[in-house]
Write a protein that binds this ligand. Structure first.
Ligand SMILES: Cc1cc2nc3c(=O)[nH]c(=O)nc-3n(C[C@H](O)[C@H](O)[C@H](O)COP(=O)(O)OP(=O)(O)OC[C@H]3O[C@@H](n4cnc5c(N)ncnc54)[C@H](O)[C@@H]3O)c2cc1C
Length: 549
């Protein structure tokens, strides 16, 4: 059924953004991968609109950041977020956020560690999926099969046996070393494994009206914006897509509303307050959920993306959390398949990513409560041209200014997570920055993302991290480095060495002369002890307790 991958090393179910990212990350590492997707063709829905800074760092490592920026939002268009009664009346408030070009300037001038390597990006989910699909298809070890649905799975000690329904209705069996369920919210894989979800559950039901209206900005007399929050009973949000010609309008609806009965064009007109020629592209209902799977792994099968966690879109954590799942899993699967990753490495996937899934669920809820808080101040008298109306508008604007920021200013949630429960991290004692804070405090403590710093003009320390483990040596003596390279060679662990000398600022930022950094740019260990080399490498490669050396 496939060109060369009749016996793939990894089978991925679901070619949404997470399955596609994982396929690219595995394919780039030479892992034979088959990606199956039950739909006959790629997705066309404008779901996510923001790839956050952490996702862009990850895409940068996959050499995709520039391509994504080319396909996405214009570099000079602002990311502003408005609140107002309609597009034709003065807004109540505007939160201004820098364009990508401006954000790059901030990053270039920032103190080491304080900002990410890459600014955020706005790219519509359908644009991102199409781009990732092209990348996956171009990799020799990756096969992508649309119209192929996973309908059964069994596993034994050595492999997973998957039954797949093909486009002509036949069934075929594929045997792979590992299976990843990237098959979305109603995950067949999760359900088949009997893994439960926990969390508050369904949060809100809304309709999504996706339309094309190239004249919208001009008619509204506005420049590009990211979101326009429409104050009113329907809790409308208008989201500009990456080409600035297509738009998604979300409106809350009562449970049981028959979406087919709605006049979508009239809904758009009423919500925006302007007469517009629109081309309807899609109308559908969505239910936002806040849930996280109790387990991310069962034997040789893993969950990633929405199959493992589903959030309210507010805050933009759904896809972004899934991208980091894929990044975490890709290097571990590759390390195990290539023999240098030991038995505990794959256990750490659940131990690292599920706590982040829970934490980001809370962050998403925190953002959604913020929106609810300011929206709760709305009543129809805000529209009145009276002293009462004026005062109500003032208070609504103040509440928006306070609470809406939770949706756009959680750099700590995006960058500051630490793998505190991991079995393959050399944890440190003592007080450390709060890894759950929405405010980012740079830290290179073991388990954290390595804070970005420029080490040469336009070269970040991130750019030098390898596909195996990397020893980052900041003013470290050669015999200390040698202890690690010798131990890594004995254990068969690929180890790159990055030396940075004469940088007191980095010594202070990183807190030690040696850091062992993983391919997902998380610090596995930091210190100064050459006697620790062998034990540290064994722990961080998951070889501890095994006879791999
Ligand atoms: C309105 C909206 C706005 C959003 N905005 C943002 C945002 O700004 N930022 C953000 O980070 N996230 C956002 N999200 C969330 C984001 O869209 C999801 O988190 C993301 O789509 C998850 O990707 P995924 O690949 O895990 O799952 P999906 O995109 O659901 O893809 C799963 C794929 O698996 C396929 N599949 C299912 N079952 C099988 C099977 N048995 N065999 C084979 N294939 C199968 C499906 O057909 C599907 O293509 C938003 C979501 C919505 C609804």
């Amino acid at each position: 059924m496939t060109r060369e991958n009749d016996t793939p090393e990894v089978l991925i179910a679901g070619a949404g953004p997470i399955g596609l990212t994982l396929a690219v990350a595995l394919g780039q590492r030479g892992v034979r991968t088959v990606l199956i997707e039950r739909s006959p063709e790629p997705g066309i829905l404008p779901k996510m609109d923001l790839a956050n800074a952490r996702s862009m760092e990850i895409f940068g490592r996959l050499r995709l950041a520039d391509k994504i920026r080319e396909a996405g939002w214009p570099l000079d268009a602002p990311f502003d977020v408005y609140a107002g009664p309609s597009l034709t009346e003065p807004p109540y408030a505007v939160l201004s956020y820098p364009s990508i070009s401006e954000a790059r300037q901030h990053i270039a001038a920032a103190r080491p560690g304080t900002l990410p390597r890459e600014p955020y990006e706005r790219i519509s989910q359908y644009t991102l999926e199409a781009l990732l699909l092209d990348e996956a298809r171009a990799l020799p070890g990756v096969d992508v099969l649309f119209g192929h649905q996973l309908v059964d799975l069994q596993q034994d000690a050595d492999a997973v046996h998957a039954t797949i329904r093909t486009p002509d209705g036949d069934r075929s069996t594929v045997t792979a070393r590992y299976l990843v369920g990237a098959d979305g919210g109603n995950s067949f894989v999760r359900n088949t494994l009997g893994i439960n979800y926990s969390g508050p559950g369904d949060a809100a039901r809304h309709i999504l009206i996706f339309f094309r209206a190239p004249a919208l900005f001009e008619k509204a007399g506005l420049g590009p914006f990211r979101h326009y929050y429409l104050a009113g009973e329907r809790h409308g949000i208008l989201i500009a897509q990456d080409d600035l010609k297509r738009f998604a309008l979300h409106l809350e609806v009562e449970p049981g509303t028959d979406v087919a009965q709605l006049d979508a064009a009239e809904e758009v007109r009423a919500a925006l307050g302007i007469d517009l020629d629109i081309e309807l592209l899609h109308v559908g209902a969505c239910t936002a959920r806040l849930v996280v799977a109790d387990q991310y792994r069962a034997g040789r099968v893993f969950l990633a993306g929405d199959s493992a966690h589903q959030y309210i879109p507010t805050g933009g954590f759904g896809l972004n959390t899934g991208i980091a799942d894929a990044d975490n899993l890709a290097w571990k699967l590759a390390a195990v398949l290539r023999g240098w990753g030991g038995p505990t490495l794959l256990d750490s996937y659940h131990d690292e990513r599920q706590p982040v899934g829970l934490r980001n669920c809370r962050a998403s809820e925190y953002a959604a409560i913020g929106v609810r808080n300011w929206r709760g101040r709305y009543d129809p008298s805000v529209h009145q041209d009276t002293a009462t109306g004026l005062e109500k508008r003032r208070l609504l604007a103040a509440a928006f200014n306070t609470y809406q920021r939770r949706s756009h200013e959680q750099q700590g949630t995006e960058l500051g997570y630490r793998y505190s429960l991991s079995g393959v991290v050399a944890h440190e004692p003592g007080p450390l920055p709060d890894a759950d804070s929405p405010v980012y405090v740079p830290s290179a403590a073991a388990g954290s993302r390595l804070p970005h710093a420029w080490i040469e003009p336009e070269v970040s320390v991130h750019d030098r991290i390898g596909f195996g483990l990397t020893l980052l040596a900041v003013d470290a003596p050669p015999q200390l480095i040698g202890a690690f390279t010798d131990a890594a060679a004995r254990r068969g662990i690929p180890l790159d060495v990055v030396r940075v000398d004469g940088r007191d600022d980095l010594r202070e930022l990183y807190g030690a002369p040696l850091l062992l950094v993983r391919p997902d740019m998380h610090v596995a260990w930091r210190g100064y002890d050459m006697d620790a080399a062998d034990a540290v490498l064994a722990l961080c490669a998951g070889q501890q307790g095994s006879d791999q050396q």
